[in-house]
Structure formats: C-alpha cells, structure tokens
Design a binder for this molecule. Sequence first.
Ligand SMILES: Cc1ncc(COP(=O)(O)O)c(C=O)c1O
Length: 449
Amino acid sequence: MINRARLKELHKKEEERFLSRTPKSAERFAAASEVMPGGVPMSWMAKWPGKYPLFVATANGAHFTDVDGNEYIDLCLGDTGSMTGHSPAATVAAIKGQVERGMTAMLPTADAVAVSSELARRFGLPLWQFTVSATDANRHAIRYSRLITGKSKIVVIDRCYHGSVDETFATLDSAGKTVAREGNIGAPVALDETTRVVEFNDLAGMEAALKAGDVAAILMEPAMTNVGIVMPEDGYLVAVGELAKKYGAVWIIDETHTISVGPGGMTKDLGLKPDMLTIGKAIGGGIPTGTFGMTREIAGEIAKRTNREVIDTGGIGGTLAGNALSLAAMRATLTEVLTESNFEKMIALGNRWCDGVDAAITEFSLPWYCNRLGARGEYLFQAKAAKTGREAAAAGDFELEQYIHLRLLNDGFLLTPFHNMALMSPDTTEADVDAHTKAFRQMCRELVG
Ligand SMILES: Cc1ncc(COP(=O)(O)O)c(C=O)c1O
C-alpha cells in the first residue's frame, strides 16, 4: 500500500521541518546532553520522534507550547498522567492549599479517608493503600499475593505493560516458552523463574498456566492498552476471574489506562470482581501517585502474616507513599475532574476522533483499524482488530509510525510516543478533534499519493 521510498522522502522532509521549527529546543537539548545521558531526564524520553524531544514552556488544559512558541494540541496527555487536562483548576486549587499546609509528614491526613471511600465506591473494593506510582502499586500487589498464597509465580499477558515491574517483562518465544522481552535489562533472575506468560483472550492457555497450582497472582489490564488496544472477548474476563478462584491465585486488575472508559474503569462497566485493583497516573491530576485496592479477605490474610515491628522492611513502602500533597490532589481530581459528566464529554470526543480516523482509513483504502476505548482511540496497521498482544505487536510498523508521529507533531498534534494513541481530556474540544481529523486526512492522502 505504502511506497517505502516515498515514505523515506516524506520523513526526510518532516525531519527538516522539525529542525527549522524548533531551534530553541535544539539549544536546550545540546545543554541537556552535557548533564544527562541521552540529553533527557529519563531514558524513555529519547523515544520521541525527531532528532531531540521538544522542550515544553507551558501546558494548560489540552494544549501546550514549546520553548520556540509553537502551539500543540496534546493528544498524549502525559500518556494518561494528564488525562485530566494539564493543571485542572480544582486539582491546582487543592494542591496550592496543601502546599501551604505541608506536603509530606509520614502521617495520614483526612484526605486519605475521602479518597479511599471514593475509590471503594468506584471500583467495589473496600480497602486501599497508596504508593508513589502505578508501578509501585503493581509491585506491592504482587508481593502481597506471594505472601498470602505462599506461591511463587505470576501470570501476565503477552505484550503487557504494567510499569517497571521485573516480573512483567516476559514474553513467549516461538516455542511458547517464557523468556525476557527484547530490551529488558539487568533482570535479577531468568524470567521463567518468576513468570508465566499467556496470550490475551486465551482461556485454555490461562488454565494451563494455573494448573500446576504454583501461581500467586494473575496481573492484567482488562483491555490491553500498551501494544495498541486489544479488547477482551465476551465473557473472557469473568472466566479469568473464575479460573483464578479455582486455582487459588489472586486476580489483580490494572486500571491505570482503562479508566478511559468511565469513572470506575472496565471493572465497574463489566461488573468484574477482582481480588485486588491497581491504578495510578490520571487520578493524581499530574501529581505522582498510585494506589491498590483489595477485598477484606485479602487484607485479613495479609494482616495474619505481617508484623508491625518489622513492617518497614517487608518490601512494601516508599517514604513519600500516601503523602499529603498527592492525597489532596487525588481527592480533588476524583471528585471534581474525573467526574461522570466529564467522562461523558471525553468519551463523545474519543468517538469523534475515531470517526475522523475511520473516515480517512476508508477514503484512502488503508489496511488499518481504529480501536475505541472510551476517551481513548488508537489505530493499528492491520485491517481488523487484534485478538492478542502478539497479533497487535506483529501489526507494528516502526518506520511508518515514526513518520506519522513526526508529521503530526509538525502539524501541531502530540500523539503518545510508544504507539498511535490519542486520549481526550475534559478540556479537549470538538474543534481540537476536528483539526486532527483534517491533518490526519491530509497526511493519509499524501501517504498513498
Ligand atoms: C497499564 C499500566 N500500568 C502501570 C503503569 C505504570 O505507571 P507508572 O509508570 O506511572 O508507574 C503503566 C504505564 O504506562 C501502564 O500503562
């Protein structure tokens, strides 16, 4: 479909365009390269398209401006960290208030009670603990699962992502054996010692992985969101929950991204009953935070096996976990920003964005498929929805993706760097979405032309 020689030419043009639009970012990057490996504060930031990342001057609502004064519609939104829109007013007011009253004291504040109650209402789990990131929430849920089951193995889905969690960077090789994922560095032990990997939507595979009776937990997203979007087949998730129960494994659902479907995520929408639930990113409105919820039974089992005297060396913690600032931010974000009515608006915009992408795909007969997940949309370079992470990964096209991201960036749109994903915030407007539709259509026209 796409002429590769032409794609190379188009990409070269965009690289030149990027350099000419962003001289101040280039200057900042040169200085940054003197003091940070790769010129970025965290290694994955080197993955942005273009010769260097943009340096941000200001971000507000669904928009940001770079140091050269270029304005962008932000469809990445901090890969869900700013799904609320940048600096939402209610969260900012709560943060400002808390900054004046102390940010971290290693003691609880009343906000912790309000936030836990709200999370319980949304996700149906009664008891909550707080961390500094979703990664930590997942690490802790895994550790507690091992403690209470006395089992060693974790089951994850092929091509999942749950943060920088050692056990999760596993994949299936061509013989169906669990091995480390490409790019995984410094693994403490071989991945098949800690982990068993199964395909999404594969119940027989899930049962086979659990059968030996040595699995402490299944950790999964209810829809895959980190290899493109892969939706669960009807009945799949409920059946996974039943298998977890049958084989005595803790079922942990990670709603960090899938909260895009509504205030209680897919857990609420589908009436799921996980044993534990993890989430981070958006619920802090931009302030680092994470949390994990659990049933009373799980909490009881943990309490039986932990000792207050040595609780600080149990491997669960974080000095700033549950800090006053993050709890104030979460309280305001949950009660005033990620509300039912804002979700309605965001989901309508998500559908509008996908409609625009679908129209261009049809008009130019591109063999692509656009998935919808509430306020989130994402296109895959194959003509139908993927059923497994492996299938979605095989539909990847690095060269094409690099071009699309750079082209749209130069046109004023930021997509999530790791895939072709767009997210809507309460501040995103129909005009923002329609501007993307127009630019996307024009790009597709040139791609096939
Ligand atoms: C589903 C899911 N869970 C957890 C995480 C980890 O979040 P964080 O990097 O904020 O710890 C991510 C990050 O992308 C994620 O996509």
